[in-house]
Design a protein around this ligand. Structure first.
Ligand SMILES: CC(C)(COP(=O)(O)OP(=O)(O)OC[C@H]1O[C@@H](n2cnc3c(N)ncnc32)[C@H](O)[C@@H]1OP(=O)(O)O)[C@@H](O)C(=O)NCCC(=O)NCCS
Length: 134
């Protein structure tokens, strides 16, 4: 899912959410990966990035998604409720401080220990982006 921020018909910000699988010893969980978020330099620090993240998380909730994982600046994403502790048990190529997870359904990551990776069968270049007007 892509969201764009639009001002006077120009795209000034974008966020992408992709399908992600968390493989545990017993099962495979469906999660969402948040990346990237980008706002044009001369439109930064006006709340556009935050609006994209908040709206994106709200749409994920509306669609019944339970887990969102992000690789990003910890100081930035913590403000949206991404606690680093929740991703501790999620291995993968990016594991570390910048690897954070958020439960959209409380308890979705409780007891989960596994490896996160992209859902390759769903990669696609198609699909229209939803617009947020700034
Ligand atoms: C990160 C980014 C999307 C934020 O967009 P934005 O519209 O400027 O964000 P907002 O206006 O909603 O929030 C600004 C706040 O985020 C903080 N922030 C911005 N980039 C940050 C970073 N890399 N690390 C920590 N905090 C950051 C600002 O200091 C500001 O803090 P304040 O509210 O306390 O003043 C934007 O700076 C950007 O496009 N950066 C380049 C691409 C990038 O690094 N994307 C992130 C990939 S994970």
């Amino acid at each position: 899912m892509s969201l764009v921020a639009v001002e006077e018909r120009n795209i000034i910000g974008h966020i992408l959410f992709s399908d992600l699988l968390i493989e545990t010893q017993r099962t495979v969980l469906h999660a969402v990966s948040l990346a990237p978020t980008a706002v044009l330099p001369d439109h930064q620090r006006q709340g556009i990035g935050s609006a994209l993240v908040r709206r994106g998380l709200a749409v994920c909730r509306e669609r019944g998604k339970s887990i969102v994982v992000v690789l990003g600046h910890p100081a930035y994403y913590r403000r949206f409720g991404f606690p680093a502790e929740l991703s501790k048990n999620l291995g993968g190529p990016y594991a570390g401080d910048a690897w954070m997870a958020l439960e959209l359904i409380p308890g979705a990551l409780a007891g989960v220990k596994g490896t996160a990776g992209p859902r390759r069968d769903r990669w696609s270049s198609g699909g229209a982006a939803e617009e947020i007007t700034s």
